[in-house]
Structure formats: C-alpha cells, structure tokens
Design a protein around this ligand. Sequence first.
Ligand code: PSU
Ligand code: MN
Length: 311
Amino acid sequence: MTQTSPHPDLHFRDDVRDALHEGRPVVALESTLITHGLPYPANLETALAMEQAVRAAGALPATIGVLKGRITVGLTEGEIEYLAQRPGGTVRKCSRRDLALAVALREDGATTVAGTMIVAAMAGIRVFATGGIGGVHRGHPFDVSADLIELGRTPIAVVCSGAKSILDLPLTLEVLETQGVPVIGFGTDTLPAFYTRSSGLPIDACIDTADQAARIIDAALRLNAGHGLLFTVPVPAEDELPADAAERAIEAATREADEQGIHGKAVTPFVLERVTALTEGQSRKANVALLKNNARVGGEIAVALAGLRSG
Ligand code: PSU
Ligand code: MN
C-alpha cells in the first residue's frame, strides 16, 4: 500500500523514502540509546548491529535523530557515528516536549521512545524496535515517562523488552492500562523486565509469531485505534542477567540517584550508567543482546505486515 506524503519538516534518507512510498517494510530505531544509553564505542557498534539485524530480517532500518535542527528519518552510518561520538551533554534528549526546541534552535537531538514514535508515525512507519521503554520511577510515582503517554496517543507498534526494573513495573502497567495501550508478549505471558526474562506480572496477550503481531497491527489500523501497541520480547535466555544481581544493582543505583538529587530527564541515563558499573558490565551484555534481538523481531513483524497489507 502506498503511504501518504510525509511531513515537510522531515528529512528522509532516499532509500527510506522510496521504501515507504512503495509499501516495503521499514523499522524505526531510536537514537537516545546511542547518545544517552550506551558509551562509545559500544553505542556505535550496537546501533549498527541493530540496523544489520533489521536488514537480515528483510526490512529497511531507519534510525531517527535530529542533526542541527533537521529531523532525519534514516540516519546514514556517518551520521550515526557522529552522534555516537558527541561528548555527553551536547545532544538534546528529545521526548515530545523537546522536538520543537531542537528544530528551532538548530540543535543536535537524540529521540527517545516518545520522540521516535512521534517522528516515525509522521513518516508513515508502523514498527519501531528498541530496548526498554521509560516508565513510572520507583519511589517517585509522579515521575511518569512521557513514553507511556505517547503510547496512548500515537499509532505505532513498539517492540521492546518491557521496562527496566529500575522502574516501578506494576505502576507502569497501570499507566499503560489507563492510556489504553495493550501489552502483548512475544513468546511470553508476563512482562519482561529488560535484563531478566520475566517480571512475573501478567499482560494482555501472548503471541508466538510475527504474523500474529502483524494481524494485531493491521486490526488496530483498520479500527483507527489511534494509540500505540507494545510488543514485549524477553532477552535471549543465554544473555539474561541473574535476577538477584540485577535487583541489587538497581536498588543501589536508585538510592544513589536520590541521594545525589538527580531529577528530570537525567534520572534514566544516570541509573543506567550506575547499574552497568555495579554489575561490572554484565548488564551491558544483556542490553546489547536484547537490542539486536528486538531489531530482528521488529524486522520480521514489518515484513509480515507489509505482506498482509499488500495482499
Ligand atoms: N531504557 C533503557 N535504555 C534507554 C532508555 C530507556 O533501557 O536508553 C531511554 C529511551 O530513549 C527512553 C528514555 O525513551 O530513556 C526514557 O527516558 P525518561 O525516563 O526520562 O522518559
Ligand atoms: Mn522522568
């Protein structure tokens, strides 16, 4: 199916524009995990490995970011490398509230899950793969990630490994319910907890194939549902972090954030960095593995969806 004409403020890599125009499968990828989620060079290697995993599944990757105020759908390898090497604090972390600032002030910006959803949906992309979404912060139930609100208002499928257990997962599920967002397990009937395969919390559906996922996306589009769909894929078993090690590190890291008065958009990057340090990099192995795996699953879902909508 041919997509409608994209927005004048979006700059497309040529192959992404062509693929969208022709109804071929495209998977959006975010850039905050490059600038705020992982250090150089793991960020660059992981971003390129995710693109490769999307391609291997038969879809085209479109990493989304803002370069000197230009919202770009499909960063080139050189542009990804540029963002990956920017010193900390020089790239704006762009959630919904930040996009207009980055554009008008001609800044470099990295899109979060919320920011990437907005741009991808404007571009006509139906599937977006990432690692973990933001959620409700432990001990700070008023700190609700804009990702959850975006999922309630922007129609795109987000493939992820749930939310990190640095967050309050039961409260995160409550907010998703309020926002009208179904949580669909890909090969699981509980919410994955990012570093570990299961939080034990029940979710709304369990599916096993990309074709089932495509049917759900297609039904939501036909119903004009207007909200996001959350597909959750557990970290591969061989890369899972032992649950007690993850929990200990998370508790220590969130305590440090409180003690140091870290707040606002700095909380998530701070805690992620501290968890990695406290688990001596063990958590990073899980993080990188699930990112690549989710990119592959996103690619498979996009391929199934393109088949369904052209047939
Ligand atoms: N969770 C991760 N890694 C990340 C993020 C979340 O495991 O890099 C990033 C994503 O871009 C997500 C953002 O959208 O952090 C959430 O930030 P906040 O909690 O400030 O909304
Ligand atoms: Mn927050």
